[in-house]
Design a protein around this ligand. Structure first.
Ligand code: PBG
Length: 335
């Protein structure tokens, strides 16, 4: 063996990690409070903050309590809330008719929020599952298959009621074919030309939604049922691009990929391919996972929370729906 002459590296990537100011200068993506959409669960009643056991720190709020939370969101600069209703079991039916009740919980909450905090964005879910006695997002036929076009007609009625109540963004999360086009057309016809549509375009049939279904009380109704005939197969990404293309063509203003962390590859491909405003939903199961590990002392809570949110920005998200939004905003504000 001849004497090996050690040559020093001319390129030392570590120089750019040497101190905090240099790291600050070269950072490629950044998480700010303006990236955050805060999903909240709302229920009837007064003075209620009912904990969701599988989502530590998350509560089902009555309107008066939600207004307090909204006030803090405004103070912190969170741009938008996403509303999810907990509907009384007595109002759930096979056709989810309560979803189109103009005096229902969601339209009342939307109106109250917009009146009190006009500058705070409000987004509503367009889907029937909180309202159906079977926990599905649409209307089943005799065989239990979810009827596409009849469901879309119900979703259009639901979206119109929400728009009428003054919601800023409707977010169809049902995955029926053609619903974005049908909703867009109905909104235009009824003069709601400013109502934005954020389409849950690539929404997967995911087991990570479990805690959410506990929160809105659809888990027991759904039972052993699944949503695989309308939500996407977790194995597919080309299909996600086709779904996004359709939703944009049908009139979506913004698109979404859901769940979040296990689907960052999908998020990346969607953003690269379409360059439209693209959002990610860090769903209930992802939240539950990180909370559980932190509660056990296995992960550092604040650090993993911010790292997980930053990962969405790096992968191309313009914003993130996350149950961590409030905690993250407090932390970002504190610097
Ligand atoms: C309803 C809806 C779901 C979620 C958002 N909207 C549940 C589902 O599709 O079964 C899941 C959100 C979460 O898990 O945090 N269509």
């Amino acid at each position: 063996m001849s004497h090996a002459h050690f040559s020093f590296p001319l390129t030392r990537p570590r120089r750019l990690r040497y101190d905090a100011f240099t790291r600050d200068l070269v950072r490629e993506s950044q998480l700010t409070v303006k990236d955050l959409i805060y999903p909240v669960f709302v229920q009837e009643g007064q003075g209620l903050r009912t904990p969701v056991p599988s989502m530590p720190g998350v509560q089902r709020l009555s309107l008066d309590q939600l207004l307090r939370v909204a006030e803090e969101c405004v103070a912190l600069g969170i741009p938008c809330l996403a509303l999810f209703p907990v509907i009384d079991a007595s109002l759930k039916t096979p056709d989810g008719e309560e979803a189109a009740n103009p005096d229902g919980l969601v339209p009342r909450v939307v109106a109250a929020l917009k009146q009190r905090f006009p500058q705070l964005g409000v987004m509503t879910d367009v889907a029937l599952d909180p309202y159906t006695s079977h926990g599905q997002d649409g209307l089943p036929d005799e065989r239990g298959y979810i009827h596409n076009d009849a469901t879309v007609q119900q979703l259009v009625r639901q979206a119109l009621v929400q728009a009428q109540a003054g919601v800023d963004i409707v977010a169809p999360s049902d995955m029926m074919d053609g619903r974005i086009g049908a909703i867009r057309q109905a909104l235009e016809t009824h003069g709601h030309v400013h109502t934005r549509i954020m389409a849950y375009s690539a929404k997967y049939a995911s087991a990570f939604y479990g805690p959410f279904r506990d929160a809105v009380g659809s888990a027991a109704n759904l039972g052993k049922g699944d949503k695989k005939t309308y939500q996407m197969d977790p194995a597919n990404t080309n299909e996600a691009l086709r779904e996004v293309a359709l939703d944009i063509q049908e009139g979506a203003d913004m698109v979404m990929v859901k769940p979040g962390m296990p689907y960052l590859d999908v998020l990346w491909r969607v953003k690269q391919a379409f360059e439209v405003p693209t959002f990610a939903y860090q769903v209930s199961g992802e939240y539950a996972m990180l909370k559980a590990a932190a509660a056990n002392g296995w992960l550092a809570h604040d650090a993993v929370m911010l790292e997980s949110l930053l990962a969405f920005k790096r992968a191309g998200a313009d914003g993130v729906l996350s149950y961590f939004a409030l905690e993250a905003a407090r932390l970002l504000k504190a610097g």
